[in-house]
Design a protein around this ligand. Sequence first.
Ligand SMILES: Nc1ncnc2c1ncn2[C@@H]1O[C@H](COP(=O)(O)OP(=O)(O)OP(=O)(O)O)[C@@H](O)[C@H]1O
Length: 313
Amino acid sequence: MSLGIQVSNLSKSFGRVHAVDDLSFVVEPGRVTGFLGPNGAGKTTTLRMLLGLARANSGTATFDGRRYTDFRQPARHIGAALEASSFHPGRTARDHLRLFAPAAGAGDARCDELLSFLGLEDAANRRVQGFSTGMRQRLSLATALLGDPEVLILDEPTNGLDPEGIAWLRTFLRNYAESGRTVLVSSHVLSEVQQSVDDVVIIARGRLVHESALRELHALAEPAAVVSGPDPDALRAALQATGWPVTDEGAGTFRIAGVRASEVGHALYAARVEIHRLEDDAPSLEETFLRLVDGPPQSHHHPATAQDGRAGE
Ligand SMILES: Nc1ncnc2c1ncn2[C@@H]1O[C@H](COP(=O)(O)OP(=O)(O)OP(=O)(O)O)[C@@H](O)[C@H]1O
């Protein structure tokens, strides 16, 4: 079985900014996990601590109990592409890979194989300074894959990719996880990774706000219904009589939060009010995500304790 990831009570401050604040979550092998949160939530800082690039003030971030720096050749087990991957601008793509290859136990043949796998063979001898963001992303991914790692950690990998590149990445990540390996992908937009991930870990202001399978996030979406009819006054009166929160959207259309279309239909049938349109209008997954990251901290593993989680940006 591949290595999993365990983050336990991890904290990191920069001066008075609690970038990561008592954060705990796990990432399971064989699944793609989305690591989500708005800009400044602490994703990159968490990943940097996981990869031994930043020191935690407290808590641990390990791979089945071992820190990144405990591995003799970490790049053979854990491949990572962080957002701010630095490339020497004057170096060619091939030279860049060859520079990182020894640490990952990879030879020149592996470098060429990855260049072609990522569609960079024609750019192999070009200097990175002329690369588009998407090409840099692909070169970062190639670098992360040098050691054929069991764990793959990618920070905002869809940035700069065209739709074709995003579709390719989705299939690639799925196959990678299906081979039993561990994939952690960060993003500040749920919809960008929604089709790729099995699990979600959502953070805001350095704290865990939600951790579950993606399908459980769907279940958090509060129902709502929209109804319209030819007699707005009668409709409004009948709806208000139910005690539900009713919003008048104009033109004889009303939105009712917290209930399903079937319940609204039943109430209006009982009130003998004619309707012309009635449908469910639950928030999208992205809206549910935004509501979570705007709200107070809460989680399965950590009952909310912070009164003031707004120490971030
Ligand atoms: N080296 C640093 N010095 C000072 N503050 C920092 C440093 N690195 C991060 N921060 C602060 O820590 C907080 C978390 O930043 P981080 O980059 O981890 O967030 P993020 O979730 O990765 O955001 P983004 O999606 O914008 O990359 C922010 O308030 C940021 O300004």
